[in-house]
Design a protein around this ligand. Structure first.
Ligand code: FMN
Length: 187
């Protein structure tokens, strides 16, 4: 065994430092969340872990809506900025010159500048300790045209999404491999 033990540090990654947009009658806001995950396929569900002291926390809790927007690697400043400034102090859409687009949700906008957006309605809320886990059902998904190939298939290798792990941002390099390719080789 040559791996070094790291206490109980949660080293699961790379994961996307997603931009979560939320809103109410008064304001729209964005919070960067690395702790976002896929938790169910039918119905399609996503988890988002938010500390109760975040300005976005009560907006998501009270409206029951959020959108998950994936940044490109070259949007790393945006991801970091939305994760270090608070909507209590400024309007992040205005500050970062972003476009809030209305999708199908009543309150939470989408971020037009991000290549992938998912609209979620909160179905369950779990208070876990340091974080509140919002379990959101995905009601719509949007993908920018440059992530879709000539056959209409989504291919994330065509866009360079931002990753994150252990406090550092990571880039992603394209890999010309699709799910099941090892099995196909044997057939
Ligand atoms: C890369 C990155 C990942 C983050 N992940 C989380 C997270 O998973 N949960 C959380 O509550 N805060 C997370 N944060 C911190 C919030 O994004 C930050 O406190 C933000 O300023 C809160 O904004 P708000 O007060 O407008 O809601 C993260 C910050 C960064 C930069």
């Amino acid at each position: 065994m040559i791996k070094k033990k790291q206490s109980t540090q949660i080293l699961l990654g790379p994961i996307p430092p997603a931009l979560i947009a939320c809103g109410n009658k008064k304001e729209n806001n964005i919070i960067t969340l690395a702790w976002v995950g896929v938790v169910n396929s039918s119905p399609p569900m996503i988890s988002a872990a938010v500390r109760p002291n975040r300005h976005s926390h009560d907006i998501i809790r009270d409206t029951g809506e959020f959108s998950v927007n994936l940044p490109r690697a070259d949007q790393v400043d945006l991801s970091d900025g939305c994760g270090t400034l608070s909507g209590r102090d400024l309007d992040k859409f205005e500050h970062f010159n972003l476009t809030a687009v209305r999708g199908t949700l009543e309150h939470a906008p989408l971020i037009d500048e991000c290549p992938v957006s998912l609209e979620c309605k909160v179905e369950k809320t779990l208070e876990l300790g340091s974080h509140t886990l919002f379990l959101g059902r995905v009601v719509s998904t949007y993908v920018s045209p440059d992530a879709i190939d000539d056959q209409g298939k989504i291919d994330f290798n065509r866009i360079s999404l931002l990753g994150f792990c252990a406090g550092s941002y990571l880039g992603t390099k394209p890999l010309d491999r699709s799910i099941g390719y090892t099995k196909k080789k044997q057939d």
